[in-house]
Design a protein around this ligand. Sequence first.
Ligand code: SF4
Ligand code: SF4
Length: 82
Amino acid sequence: MSIRLGNSCVNCDNLVEGNTCKVHGVKVGNSYTCDSFEMKAALKDDTNCVTCIRFESSDCANPQKAAPGMSCSHWAPQNATA
Ligand code: SF4
Ligand code: SF4
């Protein structure tokens, strides 16, 4: 399985107050993820090139096609740390 910057506890809908995972009942960090990952609805609705950290950078997978309203499987959030 490839490493994905976007699938982190920090973007997961199962993260609740106190950095606690409501699925596992333990404290987690933004460098963790698991198979129960669920993208937060707010991010799910806002995944396009303009909100992608790779937009207009050398990391963009599709620089010729990247544009507002477009997205691809390489989308990654701007506020995640890994
Ligand atoms: S451990 Fe899994 S389910 Fe829990 S917050 Fe992280 S990604 Fe989500
Ligand atoms: S084409 Fe993909 S990698 Fe490039 S900015 Fe859009 S979503 Fe991000």
